[in-house]
Design a protein around this ligand. Structure first.
Ligand code: HEC
Ligand code: HEC
Length: 258
């Protein structure tokens, strides 16, 4: 409950800000400072040229969630609640504007389309049973399993390179909130699954069947995180090179923001 309350407060706080009209700096010195700030705080997820990795691809002429400069500055400042995109609370106003100005320069590139055929990729998605573990939004309905992350907007969230890695070597780049966790209770019972949240009083876990468990800290002996291991099978040997391209092309086309 505490976790839900904290999450809700963050969402409400983010929505309360009125839209703002903003002019980004264009001077060379500001862009150079923006670049240094970007390299320090953002490359870990977005890559030095913005073409993604764990983070969204920023090397595009238009950013889905940051269409206006005002949106861009706000996203950098407060992050995107409920995702891995953190807020740069450590930056002062001027630094936020400089970073945003540099991010806009990353978008001045020619976009290389993801090779492959999205329709064939969709058929492969169905054929290989991805939906047993993943949900994709279809119109107003969500269809699919709950064990893996929701893929409705995976094309916005992740670069093609990250998608490829997820399929070929799932353990290599686990999403932060997807670390396999084992809770060992004082009674000796163990439950494993995906960690949904943790605070001073409780641990929240979702098991492979999609059931949520809340454990009170007082009953927990140990919480173990198993990094580098994914419950998702590798598709390296199950898909040919061109099938892999098709599937990545399909995933890259999923952009249903919620
Ligand atoms: C811990 C990883 C991480 C870090 C660090 C990070 N980001 Fe992100 N960022 C993400 C992820 C993941 C998303 C996609 C969120 C979503 O839409 O689900 C994202 C989304 C964005 C978006 C929205 C993109 C769009 O398509 O509209 C912008 C802009 C952005 N980040 C800029 C930045 C900047 C600038 C920094 C550094 C100050 C930064 N990010 C640091 C992970 C990160
Ligand atoms: C047995 C359940 C299971 C099946 C089947 C499965 N996945 Fe996954 N998938 C997961 C889990 C759990 C994760 C999160 C951990 C990870 O990244 O490996 C994940 C992660 C992913 C990610 C990365 C998500 C992110 O935010 O980085 C993508 C993309 C993905 N799966 C696509 C697929 C596709 C496409 C298929 C079918 C070819 C598939 N999965 C089949 C369980 C599954």
């Amino acid at each position: 409950m505490r976790l839900a309350a904290v999450f809700l407060t963050t969402v409400l706080a983010a929505q309360e800000k009125p839209p703002e009209k903003i002019t980004l700096p264009t001077a060379e010195a500001d862009l150079a400072r923006g670049k240094a700030l970007y390299l320090g705080s953002c490359t870990y997820c977005h890559g030095p040229t913005g073409d993604g990795g764990k983070g969204a691809n920023l090397a595009r002429p238009e950013l889905a969630r940051a269409k206006t400069d005002g949106d861009l500055v706000r996203i950098i400042e407060t992050g995107i609640p409920g995702t891995e995109m953190p807020g740069a609370w450590h930056m002062v106003r001027r630094e936020l504007l400089q970073t945003a100005a540099f991010v806009r320069t990353l978008g001045k590139v020619e976009v290389t389309p993801v090779p492959g055929d999205a329709a064939r990729g969709k058929a492969l998605y169905d054929k290989h049973g991805c939906a047993t573990c993943h949900t994709v939004k279809q119109g107003n309905a969500f269809a699919g399993g709950l064990m893996g992350p929701d893929l409705s907007a995976i094309g916005l969230r992740r670069s093609a390179a990250h998608l490829r890695e997820s399929l070929v070597n799932p353990g290599a780049s686990l999403p932060e909130d997807f670390v396999n966790t084992v809770v060992i209770l004082k009674s000796g019972k163990t439950v494993s699954g995906r960690r949904l949240g943790e605070d001073t009083f409780s641990v929240l876990l979702r098991d492979a069947a999609g059931n949520n468990h809340v454990f009170s800290r007082s009953g927990v002996r140990e919480v173990k995180r198993i990094r580098g291991e994914s419950p998702m099978p590798s598709y390296q040997d199950k898909l040919s090179a061109s099938e892999l391209d098709d599937l990545i092309c399909h995933l890259a086309s999923l952009k249903e923001a919620q």
